[in-house]
Design a protein around this ligand. Sequence first.
Ligand code: UD1
Length: 417
Amino acid sequence: MKIMEIEGGKELSGTIRISGAKNATVALIPAAILTDEEATICNIPEITDTDALCDILNELNVNVKRASESIIINPKNMQNIEIKEEFSKKLRASYYFMGALLGKYKKAVMYFPGGCSIGARPIDLHLKGFEALGATVKSDKNKYIVEAKELHGANIYLDIASVGATINIMLAAVKAKGKTIIDNAAKEPEIVNVATFLNNMGAKITGAGTSTIKIEGVDYLHQCFHEVIPDRIEAGTYIIIGALCGNPLKIDNIIPEHLDSLLSKLEEMGVDLEIGQDYVLVSNQNNKKATSIKTAVYPGFPTDLQQPFAVLQTQCNGKSKATETIWENRFMHIPYLRDLGADIVVKNQTATIIGPTPLIGTSVVATDLRAGAAMVAAALIATGKTTITNVEHILRGYENIVEKLTNVGAKISIKEI
Ligand code: UD1
């Protein structure tokens, strides 16, 4: 088991370079099997979610070459075999293999994916989409068999603008016969990145980034070269850390427009920001104004930043609120923030946070990936030492977190115990 130790109270200054987006990467890797040729993807983050997807590729006899921050995927000798539970359960996004295998072979057999326990996380919209394209879905306990004689275009309305369902349906539809229209599609930048990748391979997708995506099926996808967009959630986490203890901290290699909702909330709080073309410079200031947020689908305030943002809210003057509208179980970080000294009450789906409160180091748990990021942010400003367990969650999504924070002056380490 790994634990993280952080000696808090240090000012952080320097530059943190942001890695490729986890939530794009986890879809791009399965998407690469849709061609029979070589796909080269660069700016791949070195996180354990990437490793877990490469393990699945290896199982499927796909040739994978990894170099620093890039990956070459060649599915020429691929075999469409069942994806075992020990592989699928490592991350939620293993479900993108369902859409990709269905699109390529008209058949996918795999187990219900795992991932962070932040809510029920059903996949009914994915499966309904596959059915609309002509597939039948059989499930036996948590094993799913999705197959079709032929996939055909369809008009699909998503009851919820789900990121996963939008991408998975796109993956299944790119090689279907005829035209598919996804209405009420999710608009996250990662979806645009995946659509661009597929178009680079010869797919015909328009409208990605809007709520209507149109896909004209093609017979063949070819080799391509692609770059992963910067991770807006990793960037947002470090910007929040900069607002807590930066002096100043530069968050580099980002697309600031992807972070508009966070940046405007920080401005409302009174945080001093310099927003460049591909960076944000941020410092800690006293007298931050209490500021409330409500999570929403993109371009609203990202649910994935709600947890680290709560740490910043504990340092504001007065009463802030955080309302979670996407996931029903995304307040598991709150008891641990309270243990550190925060004054927070959760009622229904809203956390009310009174600040500012000093935080004092203690032992806490990273209950999920972004709760873990919140623990790191809190530990960096807490006096004394904080020990974080279940660090594996954090390593699923933050590349080289210890090195990145050490380089800007943090006292942080990971130990195997
Ligand atoms: C993705 C992100 C995750 C982020 C979330 C919302 C990845 C790998 N993960 O997760 O970090 O928190 O978007 O921005 O990209 N839902 C259904 N039925 C479905 C699918 C979803 O009811 O078939 C519900 C979910 O329970 C949730 C909401 O829709 O309440 C949004 O989920 P979705 O956008 O699908 O999230 P993910 O793609 O799993």
